[in-house]
Design a protein around this ligand. Structure first.
Ligand code: HEM
Length: 524
């Protein structure tokens, strides 16, 4: 541990937050040695009442996480082409350009002190402190997600969280929801495969998951997906291995990362992007704005953009991991949102929860402040815990509004142009047309090795064996639509057969592709 004795000029005397020396930290003020205590006991009351408030609400999801710091070094290119061809974001602009960053890895469902080797997606959230302000890329390790419309997020999370009565995570609740949600089959096939329990945070991939845009100096836009590949390789734990680790240590991933950085073994990831022209791509049988889909790499190759290195640990978990606040709305010039309905919905949720969880002035905390910019200059004032006034040098401090003729803040010069495609359509509540919910789960199943398929089938069957019959049947029906062997394998382990699911009709509103229809016919 770092010795701050010297840095403090050798004086390690205890004080309170008022700067008063604390000469006795062992005894309250009492009348005589046996009490009673007196109410004006300022130091005691300060100490205990601060302790009473040590915890802030944990994140509603991703409560257990671990932050560290590092840097991103750009290649100046996107694949073989100059980065400027696609984006004017300065972070990517020159070879060798370094941008400091913070990253928070996390599990999703468990509470703040839960196991880090649970079968659960892992959060992979990066805050780049760029010279144009912060850019947050809040992703996961599995490339896709369970749902494709943000309005379903509270439901999917409620199904995965503990039962509100028994406070246990219940397979029947999870698969009740998933069985009615065919778009989840791809994510479930990843999550219940051996990839579902990473060996450590250093040994997992990272993905932006949602579709974003890049904007170049001419204002031309391209659709983009982000990827991180760990240089130390991808490694996972089997359920048995995870059970052993968890029996001894709930925080094994944090420990591994912390210790690796402390011993100078700095983990690195190569960062890649996939690029697609910015339109709706009618030639594809899936939608580029659907976060339950990957973009096949043979059609949309990975293009290298730089390397991320993690090289510094936090000094304080609460300040830097509990209070770090990342969100999908935090973009810089040259990077933009797509119309992906999940992305748009998420973007509201992050800063909304952070104002509740951390407080109105969460962006004034050191870990959240932009570091690459000269200064922050806003007319935002007040709110709990405000401690800085975002004045420009020489600004009239009386003027906290804009416009003004009295030396207040002014609008910044215009940024470059932005010429995205024009979109028109009726105002509606509807689903994406090209859903094709089974094809990529099938692709994933096909690319697995035999032992991985067996492991997936085993894990699924174990979970489903704790579910009610109608939930089992509907899940089997989906698995048969994904792949015969998937359905067959799980059915056998449950003591069921294809005949047990023949009577099921497609779900309400479900549109099956021709291929799905063929598969369904084969069932019957
Ligand atoms: C954290 C909402 C989808 C990755 C959070 C938090 C909320 C939230 C409220 C807690 C944030 C905080 O307290 O600071 C949503 C909503 C979603 C959504 C409403 C969909 C509509 C996703 C998806 C991914 C994802 C698709 C993965 C690509 C994360 C990560 C964190 C997080 C990594 C933790 C960030 C950190 O470490 O501070 N999400 N989320 N979320 N979410 Fe989402």
């Amino acid at each position: 541990m770092k010795d701050t004795h010297k840095e403090n000029g050798g004086d390690r005397s205890l004080t309170n937050r008022q700067g008063h020396a604390i000469c006795n930290n062992q005894s309250q003020r009492t009348v005589g040695s046996r009490g009673p205590a007196t109410l004006e006991n300022y130091n005691f009351l300060e100490k205990i009442s601060h302790f009473d408030r040590e915890r802030i609400p944990e994140r509603v999801v991703h409560a257990r996480g671990f932050v560290c710091y590092g840097e991103f070094e750009a290649t100046g290119k996107i694949g073989d082409e100059p980065a400027a061809q696609y984006t004017r974001a300065k972070i990517f602009s020159q070879a060798g350009k370094k941008t400091p960053l913070a990253i928070r890895f996390s599990t999703v469902i468990g509470g703040r002190d839960s196991s880090e080797v649970a079968r659960d997606p892992r959060g992979f959230a990066v805050k780049f402190y760029t010279e144009d302000g912060n850019w947050d890329l809040v992703g996961n390790n599995l490339a896709v997600f369970f749902i494709r419309d943000a309005i379903k997020f509270p439901d999917v999370i409620h199904s995965l969280k503990p039962d509100p009565v028994t406070f246990r995570q219940e397979p029947n609740r999870i698969f009740d929801f998933m069985s009615q949600t065919p778009e989840s089959m791809h994510m479930l096939t990843h999550l219940f495969s051996p990839r579902g329990i990473p060996a450590s945070y250093r040994h997992m991939e990272g993905f932006g998951v949602n579709t974003y845009k890049m904007v170049n100096a001419e204002g031309n836009t391209a659709l983009v997906k982000y990827h991180f590949h760990p240089r130390c390789g991808v490694a996972s734990l089997t359920a048995e291995e995870a059970a052993k680790v968890q029996g001894q240590d709930l925080g094994s991933h944090s420990k591994d990362l912390y210790e690796s950085i402390e011993r100078g073994d700095y983990p690195q990831w190569d960062m890649y992007v996939q690029i697609m022209e910015d339109h709706d791509h009618p030639e594809l049988d899936w939608d580029p704005l659907d976060d339950t889909k990957i973009w096949p790499e043979h059609d949309f190759p990975l293009r290298h953009v730089g390397v991320m290195t993690l090289n510094r640990n936090v000094q304080d978990q609460h300040n830097e991991s509990e209070q770090i606040a990342m969100g999908t709305g935090v973009l810089v010039d040259g990077l933009d949102f797509s119309d992906d309905k999940m992305l748009v919905g998420r973007t509201f949720s992050y800063s909304d929860t952070q104002r509740y969880r951390v407080g109105t002035n969460y962006l004034q905390l050191p870990v959240n402040q932009p570091k690459g910019v000269q200064r922050v200059q806003t007319n935002m004032r007040g709110g709990q815990m405000a401690y800085a006034v975002d004045l420009a040098p020489g600004q009239n401090p009386h003027i906290n509004f804009e416009p003004s003729i009295h030396n207040g803040l002014q609008e910044a010069p215009a940024m470059g142009p932005n010429n995205p495609p024009v979109i028109t359509g009726p105002l509606t509540r509807s689903v994406l047309e090209r859903r094709n919910d089974y094809v990529q789960a099938r692709g994933r199943f096909n690319t697995m090795m035999d032992w991985e398929r067996e492991d997936l089938i085993d894990t699924m069957a174990t979970m489903l064996s704790a579910c009610e019959r109608d939930v089992q049947e509907r899940m089997l029906w989906h698995f048969f639509l994904v792949h015969d062997r998937y359905g067959q394998g799980v059915a056998e382990k449950l003591g069921m057969a294809v005949g047990d699911v023949r009577h099921l009709e497609p779900l309400k509103g479900q549109v099956l592709t021709d291929e799905d229809q063929q598969r369904l016919k084969r069932l019957g």
